[in-house]
Design a protein around this ligand. Structure first.
Ligand SMILES: [Mn+2]
Length: 208
């Protein structure tokens, strides 16, 4: 569990892992453009580079809460071609949390799961302290309920990125980010507890 500056930091960690499925929340689609302002590796291209490097399972990877502007006309077309699941902020509102959770669970299946939260996925009303606030975002309640809906999945890593305290007001963003972090720690603890129970249960069964 980490807090980092942007999704591009995640990419380095993904190189060390295989067979992961990932859920990413952000305002923007992180496959934007083959190059941004002439640069190949930027905070706007980690998923495109990850696909090219073959370190993500595109059948399982999903973007949730997207709504921001595009870098180029082909961005949405490329994302569809890569095979990502894309659930926009409007999808979450119109289809509802339960339907989005079902879709994410179907995509992830039994794979180990890495969740990356860009705090700007939340509406600026819920997270003003970030570098690229964008109107029309998810509520903190919607995001927390989506995470709670995924609780039985095998979480092996998570991060919360792009919290900018200097832009925050009344610690609104910090409250959201700290609760998301708390949610991940609780998720880990629940998984550890159930593993312990299955080991103890297995041992007692074998002793009988
Ligand atoms: Mn962002």
């Amino acid at each position: 569990m980490e807090t980092t500056r942007s999704h591009s930091h995640c990419c380095a960690r993904w190189r060390r892992c295989t067979d992961l499925s990932r859920c990413c929340t952000s305002t923007r689609i992180w496959t934007r453009g083959t190059r941004i302002f002439g640069a190949e590796y930027t905070h706007g291209t980690p998923f495109r580079r990850a696909v090219e490097e073959g370190i993500v399972d595109t059948e399982a990877l999903s973007h949730v809460g997207t709504r921001g502007p595009l870098y180029g006309k082909k961005d949405l077309e490329d994302d569809r071609r890569f095979g990502f699941g894309i659930y926009t902020s409007a999808d979450v509102f119109r289809r509802g949390v339960d339907e989005i959770v079902d879709a994410l669970r179907d995509r992830v299946g039994n794979r180990p799961l890495y969740v990356s939260i860009d705090i700007d996925v939340l509406d600026p009303a819920h997270a003003p302290g970030t570098g690229t606030p964008e109107a029309g975002g998810m509520t903190s309640r919607e995001l927390l309920e989506i995470l709670r809906g995924l609780r039985e999945l095998n979480l092996i890593g998570a991060d919360v990125v792009e919290v900018a305290p200097s832009y925050d007001h009344a610690e609104i963003t910090s409250v959201a980010a700290s609760h998301l972090t708390y949610e991940f720690i609780s998720w880990y603890a629940g998984l550890a507890e159930s593993r312990k129970e299955s080991i103890v249960g297995g041992a007692s069964r074998s002793a009988e």
